[in-house]
Design a binder for this molecule. Structure first.
Ligand code: B12
Length: 220
C-alpha cells in the first residue's frame, strides 16, 4: 500500500500535481496531489525521511534526467518545484520537532547567480530538526551577504549550495572572503555538481552529498 502511494507521490511531484483542486495536469484532474498523498503516507506511519528519499528526491532526479534529454522543459521544472515545496511543507513540522537543544547556528544560502533552493531548504529543515538554529539567506547570495551574516554571528557554521556548474565556481569567492576574516568558521558545501575534490580545491571544510551526512559528521 505504502509502496504504491510512494510511487504515486513521485509521479505527482514529477508532473506538478499539487493537490485535488489543481487543474494541472489535465489527465489527473479530480485526483489527489502531493499534499493529500504526503499526508496519507505520514498517517500510514511512513517516516518523513523515507518519503523524501524514496519518492520526492528520486522524482526530481528523474525530472532532471528528462530535462537533460530534452523531454521536459523549464515550465515543467517550475511546476514540479512548486509540488515539491507543497510536500515539504507537510514534512517540515516533523523535522522541526526533532529540535530539543540548540547545537549551534548555521548560516545557509544558495550562491550568487543561482536560484535553485529546494536542496538548500531541505538542508535547512534537517539541520533544524537536529537542533541547529538556521539563518537562511535565501538564493542568489553574494560573498558580502555571507560575510555580513557571519560578522553578526561569529560563532557559526556556514552552508553553501549550488546547482549549476557555472555558479558553483563562485563558492571559492565566498570561501576566500569568509576565511580572510574568520579563519575558524567551518564552511560546508553541497549541491548536485559539487564534489569532494572541488571542496579541497577551494579550501572549504567539507562536501556532503546530503544533509544527513553533514549532521553525522558534525555529531561524529
Ligand atoms: C527544479 C530545477 C530547477 C528549478 C528550480 C526551482 C527551485 N525553486 O529550486 C528552475 C526551473 C527555477 C530551474 C532553473 C534552471 N535550471 Co535547473 N534544475 C532543477 C532540477 C530538475 C532539480 C533540482 C532539485 O531541486 N533537486 C532536488 C534537490 C533535493 O536536490 P539538490 O538540490 O541536489 O540537493 C540535495 C543535495 O545536493 C544536497 N545539498 C544541496 N545543497 C547543499 C548544501 C550543503 C551545505 C549540503 C551539505 C548539502 C547540499 O542536499 C540535498 C538533499 O539531498 C535539476 C536537475 C538535477 N538533477 O539536479 C535542474 C538543473 C540543476 N538545472 C539546470 C539548468 C541548466 C537550469 C537553468 C540554467 C535552465 C535555463 N536554461 O534557464 C536555470 C538556472 C536558473 C538559475 N539562475 O538558477 C541543470 C544544471 C546543469 C549544469 N551542469 O549546470 C540541471 C542539472 C538540469 C539538467 N540536467 O540539465 N531549475
Amino acid at each position: 500500500m505504502s509502496e504504491a502511494l510512494l510511487e504515486q507521490l513521485g509521479i505527482c511531484i514529477e508532473r506538478g500535481k499539487v493537490n485535488y483542486e489543481s487543474p494541472h495536469p489535465a489527465d489527473l484532474k479530480g485526483q489527489p496531489g502531493v499534499s493529500e498523498l504526503t499526508l496519507h503516507l505520514l498517517e500510514e506511519g511512513v517516516t518523513p525521511n523515507d518519503i523524501l528519499q524514496k519518492a520526492m528526491i528520486p522524482a526530481m532526479k528523474r525530472l532532471g534526467d528528462k530535462f537533460s534529454l530534452g523531454q521536459v522543459f523549464i515550465p515543467d521544472l517550475i511546476i514540479a518545484a512548486k509540488a515539491m515545496k507543497a510536500a515539504m511543507q507537510h514534512l517540515k513540522p516533523y523535522f522541526d520537532s526533532g529540535a530539543v537543544e540548540q547545537k549551534g547556528t548555521f548560516i545557509l544560502g544558495t550562491v550568487k547567480g543561482d536560484l535553485h533552493d529546494i536542496g538548500k531548504n531541505l538542508v535547512g529543515m534537517v539541520l533544524e530538526g537536529n537542533g541547529y538554529k538556521v539563518i537562511d539567506l535565501g538564493v542568489n547570495v553574494s560573498s558580502e551577504q555571507f560575510l555580513q551574516a557571519v560578522q553578526q554571528q561569529q560563532n557559526c557554521y556556514v552552508g553553501i549550495s549550488a546547482l549549476l556548474t557555472t555558479t558553483m565556481l563562485y563558492m571559492e569567492n565566498i570561501v576566500k572572503t569568509l576565511k580572510g576574516e574568520f579563519r575558524q568558521v567551518p564552511i560546508f558545501i553541497g549541491g548536485a555538481p559539487v564534489t569532494q575534490e572541488f571542496n579541497n580545491q577551494i579550501g572549504a571544510d567539507g562536501y556532503f552529498p546530503d544533509p544527513q551526512q553533514l549532521v553525522n559528521y558534525l555529531e561524529g
